[in-house]
Structure formats: C-alpha cells, structure tokens
Design a protein around this ligand. Structure first.
Ligand code: SAM
Length: 467
C-alpha cells in the first residue's frame, strides 16, 4: 500500500570531512528532495561523496550524489540525484526496502555463463529459428512501412490480405518449427527444460515482446500466468499487436490446442450445470448454490446464463485471490443482469485456497454447495496441496452435490510451446493422478472426461450419502 504523504528522514551529506545534516523526502523514483538543517546554506550546485542515514537500526550509505537547487513549496532547498549507483526511492519509501537500479547486473556473469550449459543441438535450433524469424519479421515490417501512408480503412484491408496469405503461411512455418522442437526436447528432464527454456527466451526476447500475449505471459505483471487479461486474450482469439508480425505472433499461440481447450471449458461448465439442473429432482429449484474456485473473470457465466430464468436458478459464490479478477467478474455480472433484466445472486470471496485450507469450520462461514467447479487452478497446485484442497471442497459439498475440477493432461500438445515460449509452466496430471487426489474418500463417486482437444481433462465427482 502506498503512503499518500511524503515521509521524511534525517540524514547526513558528506563531502570530505564536512558533514551536513539534512532532511530528505521523496521527490521522484530516482531523486530526493533535500532540506539543509542547522542553517547550512547550500550552493546552487554541489557534489557530495555520500548520503548516510539509519533505517531499521542499520546504517545505510548511498554513494556519490549531486545537489541542485530547485524552488519548492515544501521548504526543501533542492534535489539530490545519484550519479554512480542509482537508487529506486519507490522501493525505499513505499515498500520498506532499498533497491539499487543496477542490482540485476550483479548476476550478469552467471547469466552470461548460462549459455555454456546449453546443448549444441539446442543452440543450433535456436540460432536457425532466430535467423528465420528475423527474415520473416523484416519482410512483414517492410510491408507495414509500405502501407503506412494509406487511409486507415485501406491499411486494414491490406493487412487482412497479408495475414490471409503470407501471414497464414508464416503460421504454418511456426507449426513446423514447433514440431521439430517437440522432437528436440522430448527426452529432456525437468532441469534441462528449465535451463534451456531460460536460454531460449533470452535469445528470442525481441520476438516475444512483439506479441502482446507472449509479452504478458512472460512479464506476468500481476505476478502469475493466467491472469484475467491473458484469459481475455485467449477468449478473444484475435489478431492483436502493433505490427503485422506482432499480430501473427499473438494469434499463433491463441490458436494452439491449449488455448482452444480454455475456450472449450466455458461450454463444458455451461453444459454440465445445465445437465445437473435437468437431473435435479427438485425441478425448477431456484438459487442452487454454486461455488467457482479461482473464478478469474468468470467468463463462462456468459455461457451459463442465457435467460432471465437461468439467472434465478443459481446462487454463485465466486472465489479468487486476485481482486482485479473479481472486479471483472462483478462487471460481467452487472452486464448480464442488465441484458436479462434480472437479479443474479452472487457472493464474492477474495480468498486464496491456501487460507481456505487453514480455516477449520468452512461450511459455517460459506455454507454448503450444490455444485462446485474449478477451472485453471489445479494445474498450479502440487499434489499435496491439490489433494488437501479437493478434500476440503468435498467437505463443503452437499450430499448428492457435484463437483467438476479441470486439469491439463500430461499429453497437452501445447506443453513445450507454453513452457519455452510463454514461460507458462503447469502441473500436468494423468487421469489416474487426478482420480488419486480423492483416494482418501473412497465413497466419492468420480470419473474423468476430456474436452474436444483432448489436452484438458475434468474430474467429475458426486458426493455419496455416507460422507
Ligand atoms: C488460469 S485463471 C482461471 C480463471 C477462470 N477459472 C477461467 O477458467 O477462466 C487462474 C485463476 O486462479 C486464481 N488463483 C491462482 N491461485 C489461487 C489460489 N491459491 N487461490 C485462489 N485463486 C487462485 C488466479 O487469481 C486466476 O484468476
């Protein structure tokens, strides 16, 4: 949480043997505002060897810096900037830690040496791919430059034509390179994958950044893969990007089986809830309690709720650790309510499943559910956590209640594409691995089914009467 008010701290500026007491406040990310204390008179511009102050009982020394007078309403005399080591004052003032801008360079020799651990065949593949991508990028960029002066409508038309012809050919080329790649890394162990993935992304970084989707999966601005913006991109499956090449690099992964499997699961959930409803002994029951665990933006509700009557059938509890994802889910619910002129019962839970594990009487807090589903969560959970979460969910299911849990299968054909290009690593499972997560509850009736691409499977569970 950012402080709204500037915080001051007392410090000493050192120049030779001279020590000048000052008060420092936040100015910009890389500069401080300085007020000289004890009547010292600063000259318009002067250099100092150090700024010294105490933080959390430790003495901190910041290196050579330059003072320049600037007019200030707060009474400060001027600005201090550092000309050797540069410090990030956002981290100091708002995150209670001190970060040197150049800190990452400390590891540069390790990063440079990383290439020595890379297999020769892999280096050859990556070098050839880099050459080929450079050739394609240059060609597409040249076409972009040639159409640049045209009216927007014409540009759009020309770009569509390029995408439909050479663009699609380029995507076939990418498919072929990925086939070759699968073969190349097929026998690598986990460590090899990590090591070669790191090298691969460093080599192809400039191409990755051209694709809004690849850039986001790699940069992970919310700290994890699969945030609601990425999910939106997958659902939209559009040509997105600033250049024709970027658009193609964005679209290609979004056409791959794993992305299609994500799109398919919206209908999987809609169909399964519809079938539960059809089999419900209390026909026309209203407000059946449904829990979506790790709901994200809950786009599948567009597929689930298609009439005003659908809206009255369920009472949703949407749980996610990410407040931004929940805010998007809320927005979607408001849109659906407007569209169908209906009220939709929804509770929002900003929780992590990890805290859920440590809450003893969960059913007292949340009640019990008729249906529970979770898509895109178990792929991130290790076996012990996945097992504990599933057991806990089973406990808050009503007797006769049903649960559907998605997990990507070990044979996901997009696996290496995701791991190497997108830096998107999942916890893959076999059918048996998924079923075994509920081994401790033998009375649970379960089976596994797949969506159309075969890359994602679903554990279907029914709670039997005796548990
Ligand atoms: C890949 S998205 C899936 C979103 C949605 N279920 C869908 O299929 O579109 C993963 C979601 O899981 C959430 N998530 C990840 N770990 C979580 C945890 N430990 N507890 C709660 N939510 C979590 C993320 O915030 C994100 O919204």
């Amino acid at each position: 949480m950012r402080h709204r008010e500037p915080i001051q701290f007392k410090a000493d500026l050192l120049k030779g043997k001279e020590i000048i007491p000052v008060e420092a406040t936040y100015d910009t990310k890389f500069s401080l505002m300085i007020q000289f204390l004890n009547g010292s008179k600063p000259s318009r511009k002067s250099d100092f060897t150090k700024l010294v102050f105490e933080k959390n009982g430790a003495q901190i020394e910041m290196g050579p810096c330059r003072f320049t007078t600037v007019s200030s309403k707060t009474g400060a005399h001027g600005r201090l900037i550092f000309y050797e080591d540069v410090y990030d004052f956002n981290s100091l003032f708002f995150e209670n830690r001190l970060e040197k801008l150049q800190a990452e360079f400390q590891n540069v020799s390790l990063i440079l040496a990383h290439k020595n651990k890379i297999k020769a065949k892999f280096k050859e593949y990556t070098a050839n791919l880099t050459y080929d991508l450079t050739v394609y990028k240059n060609l597409f960029d040249k076409l972009d430059a040639r159409m640049a002066g045209e009216p927007e409508e014409i540009q759009q038309h020309v770009q569509d034509a390029i995408i439909a012809t050479e663009g699609r050919q380029f995507m076939i080329f990418l498919d072929k390179k990925l086939e070759e790649f699968e073969y190349l890394v097929a026998n690598y162990n986990k460590k090899d994958h990590e090591r070669h993935g790191f090298y691969f992304r460093k080599q192809l970084w400039s191409f990755i950044l051209c694709s809004p989707f690849m850039a986001r999966t790699n940069l992970k601005p919310r700290g994890y893969s699969g945030d609601s913006v990425m999910m939106n991109m997958i659902y939209a499956n559009d040509y997105e990007g600033r250049s024709t090449f970027g658009k193609l690099m964005h679209k290609h992964p979004n056409e791959h089986p794993a992305a299609q499997a994500v799109r398919n699961r919206r209908d999987v959930i809609a169909n399964i809830l519809a079938s539960y409803r059809a089999k419900d002994e209390k026909k026309n029951a209203r407000h059946r309690k449904v829990l979506s665990v790790a709901c994200g933006p809950a786009f599948e509700l567009k597929n689930v709720l298609k009439t005003a009557n659908d809206c009255a059938t369920f009472h949703f509890t949407l749980l996610d650790q990410d407040t931004k994802a929940l805010a998007e889910a809320k927005k979607l619910i408001a849109q659906l309510e407007k569209k169908y002129s209906a009220k939709i019962k929804v509770d929002y839970l900003n929780e992590s499943v990890r805290t859920m594990l440590t809450t003893p009487a969960l059913e007292k807090m949340w009640g019990k559910f008729d249906y529970i589903y979770s898509m895109g969560l178990f792929d991130y959970l290790t076996p012990p956590v996945a097992k504990a979460v599933l057991e806990k969910l089973y406990r808050i299911l009503k007797v006769g209640g049903k649960m559907v849990i998605g997990n990507f299968h070990i044979s996901n054909p997009s696996r290496f594409y995701m791991e190497y290009w997108l830096d998107w690593v999942l916890y893959y499972r076999s059918e048996q691995d998924l079923i075994d997560l509920l081994k401790s509850i033998p009375s649970a009736e379960s089976d596994v089914f797949f969506e159309e691409t075969g890359s994602q499977m679903f554990l279907r569970v029914k709670k039997a009467a005796n548990r």
